[in-house]
Design a protein around this ligand. Sequence first.
Ligand code: GLN
Length: 189
Amino acid sequence: MKVGVLALQGAFREHREVLDGLDTEAIEVRVPDDLVGCDSLVLPGGESTVIGKLLVSSGLLEPVCDRIRDGLPTLATCAGLILVAGDVLDRGDDVGLDALDVRVQRNAYGSQGQSFEAAIPIVSLGPSPFPGVFIRAPAILDVGAGVEVLARYDGRPVFVRSGRLWAATFHPELSGDLRLHQRFLQEVP
Ligand code: GLN
């Protein structure tokens, strides 16, 4: 199995380290050719507006969009979730992949200094809660009918899934807990 990690900006190295820890082959995706042969994809957190612009300039926007729509198993975290969201408040002219039927508000918990960690119960990961690292995190305000909510914090969805597309508002790659990536990889055919 080969996992592509979108490596245009943001926390892609940390995702790679988790995948290394799980003995999974991962390659950094920077140009369309890098996507060829990937069995799944990780869209990391970072700055969604910057990643959006780089998706356009690298020529990756369309191929990434097409592969996700074709059912490529994809894990999107934080800014990655903002990129796949169908509806982002105040998105303006910013680029989006429009792959997940959720309504999202960027920076919903405040600035970098208001970043926090919270124990998130995620039933499918077992009894001990997952350490959710929230950094300038978005909030999911609404989910469409086809979107399954896998975890909530403060009443709001923070981890969701629609078919093979998984998305978290927090940073599992910074938590030191490999369970979420492990679970995602188990579902890659
Ligand atoms: N606030 C960032 C954005 O809007 C996301 C932050 C993150 O990925 N940690 O893109």
